[in-house]
Design a protein around this ligand. Structure first.
Ligand code: IPE
Ligand code: IPE
Ligand code: MG
Length: 262
């Protein structure tokens, strides 16, 4: 605690900080979530892993609502990694089917709410129905100005960086002209800001090849809660935690509302 401040005052200040976070003033603009723990959620209930993926996909709707209510402008959700192809073929097919059905089912409502759907990763090699569903949803919602909801699917950070390097080389850009902007412009995320906050559920403390370039200055938040159990109150807790942090980007200026009242 800071000198000269009572516990009561600190509570009030912390509350003010959390209130600020809720109206988007001090909260993260872009939250990216590593939706992990579906398999363990199912195992805890004696269910097949696929039941965890069903429940995890259901959870996307309520978290999307919660994100809008918290003033989040960009929500990125990681549903399938380039390394997840190592899983048993039945599980992979099940995940594809569930995602395909969810996109068919949810797009109209997301469109009605003004959300703009995007995809990062590769659509190559995916089942044609899923690929078409994703492309249709992107096309339908492309002019919407509400939440930018990015589905990271068949996404890997290293693959994204490799693809960017290949594009830059084939465009013949001279080495001396390649700067950070050039690289960022060749990533899948070229149109969206870097994530302010990356949340990972299920207690793992790693990025597992997620947004490697874009996460350079992201705040990281790890929670033991399994993804299907991660509700609006958990998202709010993550956002409030974020709002209390002091992001310095290598500098020394304090931007924390808790510390900058003198
Ligand atoms: C996350 O849950 C979903 C995917 C990676 C597709 P998991 O399936 O990894 O669940 P756990 O980690 O085995 O519990
Ligand atoms: C990361 O989770 C990928 C997604 C949540 C989509 P994994 O379960 O695949 O990650 P590892 O294997 O535990 O690192
Ligand atoms: Mg996992």
């Amino acid at each position: 605690m800071e000198p000269g401040r009572s516990g009561h005052d600190m509570d009030a200040v912390a509350h003010a900080a959390s209130a600020l976070s809720v109206d988007g003033v001090n909260g993260p603009r872009h939250v990216a979530i590593i939706m992990d723990g579906n398999g363990r959620w199912a195992a805890q209930r004696g269910l097949p892993r696929i039941a965890g993926h069903e429940q995890g996909t259901e959870n996307i709707r309520r978290i999307t609502h919660a994100a809008v209510n918290l003033g989040i402008e960009y929500l990125t959700l990681w549903a399938f990694s380039t390394e997840n192809w190592r899983r048993p073929v039945d599980e992979i097919h099940g995940i594809m089917r569930i995602l395909s059905e969810a996109i068919q089912r949810e797009t109209t409502e997301l469109h009605r709410q003004g959300a703009q759907l995007r995809h990062i990763g590769s659509l190559e090699g995916l089942e044609p129905g899923l690929r078409a569903g994703v492309l249709d949803a992107i096309e339908l919602t492309r002019n919407n100005s509400g939440l930018v909801l990015t589905l990271a699917f068949n996404y890997g950070g290293r693959q994204e960086l490799l693809a960017a390097v290949r594009d830059i080389v084939s465009a013949g850009i001279p080495p001396g002209e390649i700067d950070e902007e050039t690289l960022a412009r060749h990533l899948f995320t070229r149109d969206i800001p870097d994530p302010d906050l990356i949340v990972r559920t299920s207690g793992e403390h790693r990025l597992s090849n997620f947004l490697l370039w874009q996460s350079a200055y992201a705040e990281l938040y790890f929670t033991p809660t399994l993804w299907p159990d991660f509700g609006p109150e958990h998202l709010r807790a993550a956002v409030e935690d974020y709002a209390r942090r002091d992001r310095r980007f290598g500098g020394i200026k304090s931007t924390s509302p808790v510390l900058s009242d003198s």
